[in-house]
Design a protein around this ligand. Sequence first.
Ligand code: PMP
Length: 347
Amino acid sequence: MLPDEVRQRIHEEWLDWQGLGCSIAELSHRGDYFREVLQQCEKNFRSLLNLPNDYHVMFLHGGAQTQFALLPMNLLGKNNRADYLTYGFWAKRAYLEAKRYGDLQLVDIRTSNTPYAIDEQIEHWNLREDIAYVHCCTNETIEGIRLNHIPKLNAPLVADMSSDLLIHPIDIKQFKLVYGCVQKNLGIAGLSFVIIHESLFHQAMLLTPNTLSYTKQAYEHSLYNTPNTFGCYVTGLVLEWVQKEGGLSVMAKRSQQKATLIYELIDQYPEVFVNNVHPDYRSLSNIIFHLPSEEKEEAFIKGAEQRGLLFLQGHRLLGGIRVSIYNAMPVEGVQALAEYMKEFAVQ
Ligand code: PMP
């Protein structure tokens, strides 16, 4: 979802951006107008995340999965070893993409018991010495599980934050690189964000395309080639909206409030709504549950659609129900779902 105010602004500005009689998508990326949009977007992003000056921000083409390949290309040029932590689908996929470029180790950090939990004992992970980085995903969107504690490691920590950046304050200094797609909490599909500490510059493999080189694009403020100008504009509007709403502490309060509404019902009716994630690791962006049969799930989704509660199907790999409660989803939307779930459970 996009916030209503953002959709409204896009609608108004599409035909006449700042009195120019054209849309932002028609303006040159080298001109002052677009530069200002991009600069403001980066400024808001940095201020929301409290980024120190030695971290650089980029908005690049290609979504999160392109970054799965760009990470090893950009970071394994000098030392080709990296370790990948996994407890869900996306981190494993990041590893599978990256392992074509280097000597990688996949470390599954799930505990073997149910409910699904993460083994936080770093000494159990058997990370290797002398690695270029350790990769993790802070929120597994498909399984609805999050890393609730950021480990302190010797190697630079790199994180996919596609589905949880901006839902709460986070100290980016715990990471040397953070990346993700923007279509969940920062805008619309067609862009990815990369936040990189400058100590990771100049480590790219020779085969890295210039257009996707972290070092080059960071120095050029994402303007080495033509960026997705419309996508950057929308991200700028979303970041402005987050600032206006009160920033990340307000987003965190709302995320917690929305998640609690649904998890409380899951816990109240465990025979109807089955969620196998240990409460400590439950996602605050994506709530996953199953009903006792596929027929019940179909009936649940159909009844929800009749009330205008849309897109509740789980990911195609896992089935079940997925409730995505990114920042733009109002608390009222989740309240409406909670009421429906309660009625469904007692009927
Ligand atoms: N990582 C995570 C955590 C995601 O949630 C997603 C998308 N759902 C991706 C990667 C892939 O993003 P994209 O489709 O932009 O490549």
